[in-house]
Design a binder for this molecule. Structure first.
Ligand SMILES: NC(=O)c1ccc[n+]([C@@H]2O[C@H](COP(=O)([O-])OP(=O)(O)OC[C@H]3O[C@@H](n4cnc5c(N)ncnc54)[C@H](OP(=O)(O)O)[C@@H]3O)[C@@H](O)[C@H]2O)c1
Length: 258
């Protein structure tokens, strides 16, 4: 059986995908921009996907011989980088036998006018218009991201949260399970979205966080103006009809903050 390449394998989702694939007996080649400690279970490769292939080592050699690529690498802070990375990966895949390329996107990339979402939507379309066999899965926000946001918001004595915005956080492991299944199957184009099991307001998320972390703060919903905020208020980032994640935010917090 050929290995599966996981890009962004040091990240939240990439780590979970790697574990899921290894648990299913699949060989994993894992990509990072930095040299990782040698591992008995994973074959590490080093490349910066956004660099021209010759500058970042031989990307073809990283991709060659894999049956699928689960593309989890992303840099939300640099708008052009994810597009360059996707183009380089697609070209390397085309040159090396066109393995199944799986892209993780975000629910609402075409509805909420956030720069990072626009970039991800562009990558989706580049992939759809390429001749590389591919699958695109959109997921809602990961629990880890919501926890990081809550930690930041809880720094001051009053916890100001965006008013009238719902959130449907999903566990990265639930997303990883779906991606691992996709990677072991046939290319399917855009597949049904994956959302977390519950839609909660930012206020409810804040209270769950405060209870789990033992912190005491006043929670203050604050209206946030602008198009992006309106997109969120209208629920463009939610997938109520695909609430298939199993782990709730409360369960995640209990595990993480225990
Ligand atoms: N977080 C969410 O709520 C959420 C929700 C839905 C979908 N997604 C999508 O899921 C994917 C993974 O998200 P995540 O939260 O797991 O991200 P993450 O923890 O930030 O991990 C991203 C990884 O990408 C790698 N990377 C960044 N730039 C790279 C480059 N130029 N070349 C090679 N590797 C690069 C980094 O690895 P090294 O530093 O080791 O190189 C990093 O570990 C992203 O595409 C994201 O848009 C995220």
């Amino acid at each position: 059986m050929q290995p599966i390449l996981v890009t962004g394998a040091t990240g939240t989702l990439g780590r979970a995908v790697t574990s899921r694939l290894l648990a299913s007996g699949t060989e994993v080649r894992a990509l990072s921009r930095r040299t990782q400690p040698a591992s008995q279970s994973v074959e590490w490769a080093v490349a910066d996907l956004s660099e021209p292939p010759q500058a970042s080592g031989d990307l073809d050699e990283v991709v060659r011989g894999t049956s699928a690529i689960v593309h989890c690498a992303s840099n939300p802070l640099s708008r052009g980088e994810d597009i360059e990375a996707a183009l380089n990966l697609i070209e390397a895949a085309r040159r090396t036998g066109a393995p199944h390329l799986i892209y993780i996107s975000i629910v609402g990339v075409d509805r909420v006018p956030l720069g990072y979402y626009r970039t991800k939507w562009t990558v989706e379309r580049i992939l759809e218009n390429s001749d590389v066999p591919s699958t695109i899965l959109r997921a809602t926000q990961f629990h880890d991201l919501v926890l990081a946001a809550m930690r930041n918001l809880a720094r001051p004595p009053v916890m100001a949260v965006p008013a009238r915005i719902g959130c449907q956080p999903v566990d990265a492991d639930d997303v990883a399970e779906r991606l691992a299944r996709i990677a072991l199957g046939e290319p399917a184009g855009r597949v049904p979205d994956l959302g977390g099991p519950q839609i909660l307001t930012t206020e409810e998320l804040a209270r769950l966080y405060l209870r789990a972390s033992g912190k005491r703060r006043r929670v203050l919903p604050v209206p946030v103006p602008g198009k992006v905020s309106r997109g969120y208020r209208e629920g463009g980032h939610l997938a109520p009809e695909h609430a298939h994640g199993r782990i709730t935010f409360e369960q995640f917090l209990a595990g993480r903050l225990a």
